[in-house]
Design a protein around this ligand. Structure first.
Ligand code: ADP
Length: 257
């Protein structure tokens, strides 16, 4: 089992090596399990209203799996992704990453794990409007304390990977939606994350740009990244190796293949 500190400094390729060489302790989850949700519930309280967004969710995601998460609006997909990405905490249950209980992490270790091991892609791109394309991609690497030379190299590589090098100095508003999402993908993959979380990454794109973004995700998966992607598009869901369907905050279908 890897500690979250080890995970926080591990790339998909080196994680695969360490998974093959380390042996789990008696209470460890199997080496292949990267994300493990046990009896997760999430309840939101607003004024007098209580909303149960997730109930009794059990989900184990292995290293290198590509999971598509679907379900009607309000079924808890974004809440589930926020918990997986350490952006929110469950009200009940346990969430383990690499065998370590995330509830036991202090805020500094939690932020470090999120920053180093998890890449996010959102439907609305979420680029920072007054930073250039290259500055947007670089920012999470700066938060990580990465030296400038390595940051520049990774930014150039990531932009090359999404064919956006020629727009490096542009501002997000000067780009089309498809181009903005390609930059958001570059930002998510520049840090070589173990886990890639995508919340309807093609939701605001036409089919040509949507297909291009899906192709990038498939490339990341082929390189060893673990991906959890919320999508409404059945064709894109079929690209995943596993389909999880939510209804009313519960997992009602979970199938591989
Ligand atoms: P989905 O992504 O499947 O559309 P969500 O996870 O966004 O579903 O929401 C699940 C339920 O939780 C919905 O009923 C939603 O209104 C509620 N919800 C989500 N976030 C909050 C919040 N911050 N405060 C209150 N209710 C919320």
């Amino acid at each position: 089992m890897q500690s979250t500190e080890a995970l926080a400094t591990t790339s998909p390729a080196s994680a695969a090596t360490s998974a093959a060489t380390s042996s789990p302790g008696p209470t460890a989850v199997p080496e292949a399990t990267l994300l493990e949700l046990t009896r997760i519930a999430k309840t939101f309280h607003t004024d007098d209203v209580e909303t149960r967004a997730l109930s009794n969710v059990e989900l184990s995601v292995g290293k290198g799996e590509f999971v598509s998460i679907s379900g009607p609006s309000g079924s808890g997909k974004s809440t589930l992704l926020a918990i997986l990405g350490l952006l929110d905490v469950p009200s009940e249950g346990e969430y383990r990453i690499g065998g370590e209980n995330t509830a036991k992490l202090d805020s500094v270790r939690r932020a470090a794990l999120r920053n180093r091991s998890i890449g996010f892609i959102f439907q609305a791109f979420n680029l920072i409007g007054d930073l250039s394309v290259e500055e947007n991609v670089e920012l999470p690497l700066t938060y990580r304390g990465m030296p400038a030379g390595e940051r520049k190299r990774r930014v150039a590589e990531a932009l090359d990977g999404v064919s956006m090098v020629h727009r490096a100095r542009h501002m997000p508003a000067q780009l089309s939606g498809g181009q903005q999402q390609r930059v958001a993908v570059a930002r998510a993959i520049a840090g070589d994350p173990l886990i890639l979380l995508a919340d309807e990454p093609t939701g605001n794109l036409d089919s040509k740009n949507g297909d291009a973004v899906m192709e990038l995700l498939e490339q990341m998966h082929a390189k060893g990244a673990t991906i959890c992607m919320v999508t409404h598009n059945p064709d894109y869901a079929r690209k995943a190796t596993r389909v999880v369907h939510l209804f009313d905050g519960r997992v009602v279908e979970d199938r591989r293949g």
